[in-house]
Design a protein around this ligand. Structure first.
Ligand SMILES: [Zn+2]
Length: 228
């Protein structure tokens, strides 16, 4: 009895004593536990927050991809008029169909190709017909830095309607139409495609753009060109 009540007294005494080392330790441990829990919670919230921020940034950058369609006339756009509109249609100046800048073959019956794509075509299709639609003087120029494609045939744009029959034997073949800045070649491409030619390709930017590419990106840049 004595010992029990004595224990109880001691126990009560301990609980009531704020300076008791056992209680001090428990209190310190509790504080540490709370601190650690707090830090973990803060870190968790921080990680969650930054994750949310990243998601928001990602969503914004995905939304930043241009959804607006942009059209311009490539024959005119290569020279003096670079007007961009947001609807398909025809150029008020030259009457050519406007080209979707982000999808240059939308709505066309011929195919617009980049210099790189033309390089691949020359390398992979030995039957490719190369049609130069510049003037005969430009085609044969010994002073022009542009040169011309090897094995190219020359029918100037001004003569295409009268000489289209010359191309009849190539009707089933791939024909690459080109000029100096791709102002004339889209028009001839359209004339041929409208006349039933199914594999008409147009070199976007013409020979000027061809020579402006870096040779590392355009392996056949020099080898495809005949210079005088
Ligand atoms: Zn135009």
């Amino acid at each position: 009895m004595f010992s029990n009540s004595n224990k109880a007294t001691i126990s009560n005494h301990h609980l009531g004593d704020p300076y008791n080392p056992t209680i001090m330790n428990k209190s310190v441990n509790l504080k540490r536990l709370l601190l650690i829990t707090g830090v973990i919670m803060a870190l968790f919230l921080l990680v969650k927050e930054s994750g949310t921020a990243q998601t928001v940034v990602k969503q914004n950058s995905e939304q930043a991809v241009p959804q607006i369609k942009e059209y311009k006339c490539t024959p005119c756009g290569c020279s003096e008029d670079d007007t961009i509109v947001h609807e398909p249609g025809k150029c008020k100046k030259c009457g050519m169909a406007l080209i979707n800048i982000h999808d240059p073959n939308e709505g066309l019956n011929y195919t617009n190709l980049t210099a790189q794509e033309v390089c691949k075509l020359i390398e992979t299709n030995p039957e490719l017909i190369l049609l130069d639609v510049r003037s005969t003087a430009e085609f044969n120029s010994k002073t022009s830095p542009l040169g011309r494609f090897k094995k190219a045939i020359n029918i100037p744009i001004m003569e295409i309607n009268n000489r289209i029959a010359e191309l009849e034997i190539y009707k089933d073949k791939e024909i690459l139409v080109y000029c100096s800045i791709s102002a004339r070649s889209p028009r001839v491409s359209k004339i041929l495609a409208d006349s039933g030619y199914k594999k008409i390709r147009n070199l976007m930017g013409g020979l000027n753009n061809w020579h402006q590419q870096s040779s590392s990106e355009l392996p056949c840049q020099a080898s495809a060109i005949q210079k005088f």
